[in-house]
Design a protein around this ligand. Structure first.
Ligand SMILES: [Zn+2]
Length: 441
């Protein structure tokens, strides 16, 4: 229970920071309360009035194992030489800010840009990204540990080290259309520690079709079906983020292990093909999997996205100048958000509570075992207000606690269950999800 949990809501809000402190919060909570106390001097003779009831005992904040299933920080390590053991001056995530935000572990994404790398170059890039993650844990064993199972993540948590996991985003990173070779490469990646693979990124590939590709009505290819079977056999999680609805249905039909949507928000709350429908959430829950909600502002709030696009169209020259100034998508996104708000101060920006609303929706539709966190840190430029980077994660915890949602399940336990279930009993293929009714305006 958090240190502020027994106080009235108004007081909890007034002492907002109290809910955000970590281990040792007993003193911090007492300090907050003392700061609020009326410094009236004590009279020499106490009045005969009834004594004030003693304040409820402060309860220290319980450490919660927290896992984020998708961060794109890996590219920074490889391309910029970013040392995650130090506080980085920008971006969303490093080991220092993970400790501040009490994030216990993170899946670092192995993502290859198919617009830049194809064939063998894509495969070499994949291996280089894996190598960058391996270097991080090899060079900083006192701060981080490479983890491949729930037990290893829990051991890292107990020893105070960041649990570092890996997931490949898009089977195009295998760098081959030959399914035999792709399977052999997937095995290599498994041996190196990779524990999930998203079938597609934003574009179609040889294994499946993407929600934002050219043929979103198409599903898994034959090669994709073989790849899913191999991932199941290996014990590598099949990640259904980014895939088309048809690919999703095909995967759910053939997978024998629980799947993960590593970074997908809710389509019922924000209409976007990248988000999952309620039918998908139910299918994933029935399969024993989980939906890790993406923090990207434009996936959280369709009205904001529409407003933001309107401003961009209206001030095309300004945004083009900004794009020319920032070639990398992350700083460009941060600058674009600032420019949009400057040009249209009325633009209603989603807050951290909107993110909590998406998580609450997953729980409502799929149950408490279905929700988890998939930030997309360093892959997106626009995060909700109140969550500038990973160090602000306690604000999300507070928002979930205010909604009385199961924090430890959402923050970490659900993901560890899916990870360990890859070597557990097989699950029967889920029925196809029922069509979702049209989204209300
Ligand atoms: Zn992605």
């Amino acid at each position: 229970m958090p240190c502020c949990a027994r106080r009235p809501v108004s007081l909890r809000l007034a002492l907002g920071a109290c809910a955000l402190v970590g281990a040792g919060s007993l003193a911090a909570c007492g300090g907050d309360r003392a700061a609020q106390a009326d410094p009236e001097p004590v009279p020499e003779v106490a009045p005969a009035a009834a004594p004030e009831p003693p304040p409820p005992p402060a309860v220290p904040q319980v450490r919660v194992l927290a896992i984020d299933t998708h961060a794109d920080t890996t590219q920074r390590m490889l391309d910029e030489g970013a040392d995650l053991s130090q506080r980085l001056p920008d971006g969303h995530l490093d080991l220092v800010r993970m400790r501040e935000g009490e994030l216990s572990g993170v899946f670092l994404s192995i993502w290859v840009d198919p617009r830049k790398y194809g064939g063998e170059r894509a495969w070499r890039r994949t291996l280089a990204l894996v190598g960058a993650v391996e270097s991080l844990v090899r060079e900083h064993p006192e701060q981080a540990a490479l983890c491949t199972s729930g037990d290893e993540v829990r051991a890292a948590f107990e020893s105070g080290k960041a649990a570092i996991l890996m997931g490949v985003e898009g089977a195009h990173g295998l760098g081959t259309s030959d399914v035999r070779e792709a399977i052999e490469r997937a095995r290599q990646l498994y041996r190196r520690g990779v524990r999930y693979m998203t079938i597609t990124w934003s574009t179609d590939n040889d294994f499946g079709h993407s929600s934002t590709g050219r043929q979103p009505s198409q599903g898994l290819t034959d090669a994709g079906r073989e790849l899913v079977a191999e991932l199941n056999a290996l014990g590598m999680i099949v990640d259904v983020s980014h895939v088309s609805d048809a690919t999703f249905e095909d995967i759910l039909r053939v997978t024998t292990r629980p799947v993960l949507a590593s970074h997908s928000s809710c389509r019922d709350l924000a209409a976007h093909p990248r988000n999952v429908t309620d039918a998908m959430i139910r299918a994933i829950a029935a399969n024993g999997g989980a939906v890790c909600v993406n923090f990207y502002a434009q996936f959280l709030d369709a009205a904001y996205r529409a407003g933001r696009r309107r401003v961009q169209r209206q001030y095309e020259t300004e945004f083009s100048a900004l794009a020319a100034e920032h070639t990398h998508h992350r700083p460009r996104g941060v600058a674009a958000r600032a420019l949009a708000l400057q040009l249209d101060p009325a633009l209603s920006y989603p807050t951290v509570d909107r993110l909590a609303e998406h998580l609450a929706h997953v729980v409502e539709v799929g149950g408490p075992g279905a929700a988890c966190l998939g930030s997309d840190f360093d892959g997106v430029g626009e995060l909700p207000t109140g969550l500038a980077d990973v160090s602000d994660l306690p604000a999300l915890r507070a928002a979930l606690e205010a909604r009385e949602l199961p924090v430890s399940a959402i923050f970490g336990e659900n993901v560890l269950r899916v990870l360990d279930a890859q070597h557990g009993p097989v699950v029967s293929a889920a029925p196809s999800p029922a069509p979702t009714p049209p989204h209300a305006p």
